[in-house]
Design a protein around this ligand. Structure first.
Ligand SMILES: Cc1cc2nc3c(=O)[nH]c(=O)nc-3n(C[C@H](O)[C@H](O)[C@H](O)COP(=O)(O)OP(=O)(O)OC[C@H]3O[C@@H](n4cnc5c(N)ncnc54)[C@H](O)[C@@H]3O)c2cc1C
Length: 578
């Protein structure tokens, strides 16, 4: 083997075609599993999928309520925390990220939500930062449909495997089902929301999600349906797909082409090769191959930064050679802050007391064992609503997740009294945060600073949303349960008080995005172009939640799958025409 110089000044063996790959996918999460499936469908491509976590065998991944045991568990979670947040009155939040096959789709709330048509039209326009050609609702809608397996079968808004009315193959692997239980207290909340002016809906996924109703979930017969089951397992037997677990990528291997252009040549693993491979810690691309970063909105920017791609001052301060100045890497972090108002109720059954006794737990376990239903089949939030923080808003900018339970914080025990939680988030926050590495070492967690409630607008909307929650709770439909506001407390009334209290009871709803945002070269903060290629580096794309220029108006898992579906189609097309 000959030695080829790399930009980082090290020497590495030149790729020999037998041991090199056409595609190296970093991260087997939501996006990575779909990419692995689609790209390995071409038997002439050699695809490697690398996952830092282990296989998704842990039983609590699959039992829906088990997400409570996956968060904060080193077997399935990266165990990140945010920096102390000024907007949250100095609190630092647990910041769960899935670390196993399926990534966050293995530990998430399973809500199937596409967002609003206007989100994707906005990405296409670029909203002041230059357009992203090819991004609009019709194109994104087609990509959602390409992998959907909807319980209702194919219809105007949904797809299922089989053939569409034009005789084309339609639908796919991503199972969407109705939930298998309902609660009187949630039905009453839904009715109260209607009385407060929010229309009832049975489908949040038609492009305009305004309304109140039960969420649909990614489950099959009461069991979690994660990206690993949907996309990876059907492809695992393909001889051209290699999957390594316990394989953490430390940094990219970069070099310069004969034209002087920076290009990805492979990846370097953190200590050893992970399962399923040898001990080699450098994995290389074949000529014309690509590294696809799908490590998620925290790890993908951190990996770029460790590789010398990012804001020069940050990298130099940590002793990292700057390969490429891309100041947008790790910036533009957006997340939904859920403001969790709790109401004590009387005369209603809630999980707080149902799960309190040994007998209650046994009944719940039996119900799940017999019929895969009941509270163990429960997505953490069953009922949802999308509405406007004030009637003059042009579109719904708030989302409710309503739960028949209450607790002081995730990881704490349920309250000992009957209660429901009406969690509300601002779907279009103007606060922007960052993910920045603290050292070049892969094992050091990056500094995650979402900067929640750091704008006047976000604080004002937080106060308005708490007032709206009170208005819904005061409607006649809930009167039989005599709701009493437990948190934040009815004594707090002014905008200033409510915004401060929102900082006390607010927490992440787990939707970090935007840290390697898509945008044209002319936008200095853009990291990838409209085809998700990293500006200034050949053979490198980011394909995960990081590329969203603005957060979608809803939960972010299925939008991330949609992004991966589109990227896979472009990558395959580029390969065909090469
Ligand atoms: C608790 C929770 C609840 C949520 N609830 C919902 C919900 O109900 N509905 C919804 O739509 N969305 C929900 N989300 C959000 C949604 O799941 C995420 O937006 C989505 O999964 C992000 O996908 P991704 O591909 O960008 O990243 P991920 O799914 O996080 O995948 C990244 C993968 O990369 C791996 N990785 C990271 N670093 C490295 C490295 N250096 N080397 C190798 N591998 C690496 C990780 O271990 C992980 O497997 C929730 C998220 C969480 C955490």
């Amino acid at each position: 083997m000959t030695a080829a110089p790399t930009r980082a000044g090290t020497s590495a063996p030149a790729p020999d075609s037998a041991s090199a790959y056409d595609f190296i996918i970093v991260g087997a999460g939501t996006a990575g599993c779909l990419l692995a499936n689609r790209l390995s469908a071409d038997p002439s491509c050699r695809v490697l999928l690398l996952e830092a976590g282990g296989p998704d065998h842990y039983p609590w991944i699959h039992i829906p309520v088990g997400y409570l045991y996956c968060i904060g568990n080193p077997r399935t979670d990266w165990l990140y925390f945010t920096e102390p947040e000024a907007g949250l009155n100095g609190r630092s939040l647990r910041y769960p990220r899935g670390r196993t096959l399926g990534g966050c789709s293995s530990i998430n709330g399973m809500i199937y939500m596409r967002g609003q048509a206007r989100d994707y039209d906005g990405w296409g326009r670029g909203d002041g930062h230059g357009p992203n050609p090819g991004w609009d609702w019709p194109a994104c809608r087609d990509a959602f449909l390409a992998h959907e397996d909807h319980h209702g079968g194919a219809s105007e808004h949904h797809a299922a495997p089989g053939f569409d009315r034009h005789g084309r193959r339609a639908g796919g692997e991503w199972r969407v089902e109705r939930q298998r239980l309902r609660w009187d207290i949630l039905d009453a909340f839904a009715q109260a929301a209607v009385q407060a002016g929010i229309p009832a809906t049975t489908d949040f996924n038609r492009g305009d999600n305004e309304g109140v109703g039960y969420f649909e979930v990614n489950q099959r017969a009461g069991v979690r349906w994660n990206a690993s089951k949907a996309f990876l397992r059907p492809a695992r037997a393909r001889p051209n797909l290699e999957v390594r677990t316990q394989a953490s990528v430390l940094r990219l291997r970069l070099g310069r082409g004969s034209d002087g252009q920076l290009r990805a040549e492979g990846v370097q693993l953190q200590g050893g090769g992970g399962s399923g491979g040898g001990a080699a810690d450098v994995l290389r691309l074949r000529p014309g191959g690509e590294v696809l970063l799908a490590a998620g909105a925290v790890a993908s920017p951190a990996l770029l930064q460790r590789s010398g791609i990012g804001e020069p001052a940050l990298l130099q301060g940590l002793g990292i050679d700057v390969q490429l100045a891309l100041p947008g890497v790790g910036e533009n972090l957006q997340d939904h802050l859920q403001i969790r108002a709790v109401f004590r109720v009387s005369g209603a059954r809630t999980l707080n007391t149902l799960a309190a006794s040994l007998w209650g737990k046994a009944r719940i376990g039996l119900e799940y064992a017999v019929s895969r239903s009941g509270p163990m089949s429960m997505a953490p939030s069953q009922l949802g609503a999308f509405t406007r923080s004030d009637p003059d808003r042009a579109w719904p900018n708030l989302q409710y997740h309503v739960q028949p339970l209450s607790l002081d914080a995730f990881g704490e025990p349920l309250h000992g009294f009957e209660a429901f939680t009406a969690s509300v988030c601002n779907l279009n926050p103007s606060s922007r945060g960052s993910v920045r590495i603290r050292s070049p070492r892969g094992e050091d967690a990056p500094a995650i600073a979402p900067r929640y409630l750091s704008t006047d607008e976000d604080r004002h909307i937080a106060a308005q949303s708490l007032r709206l929650t009170r208005r819904i709770a005061a409607q006649p439909a809930l009167a039989p349960y005599a709701p009493v506001e437990y948190k934040p407390g009815p004594q707090f009334q002014t905008d200033e008080e409510l915004a401060r209290l929102a900082g006390d009871i607010g927490t992440t709803i787990f939707h970090p995005v935007g840290t390697a945002k898509m945008g044209p070269q002319a936008d200095p903060m853009a990291v990838v172009d409209a085809r998700l290629r990293v500006h200034g580096v050949a053979g490198l794309r980011v394909v995960d939640a990081s590329v969203m220029p603005t957060i979608t108006s809803g939960n972010t898992n299925s939008p991330t799958l949609m992004i991966a579906e589109r990227a896979a189609a472009w990558i395959a097309q580029a390969r065909r025409s090469a």
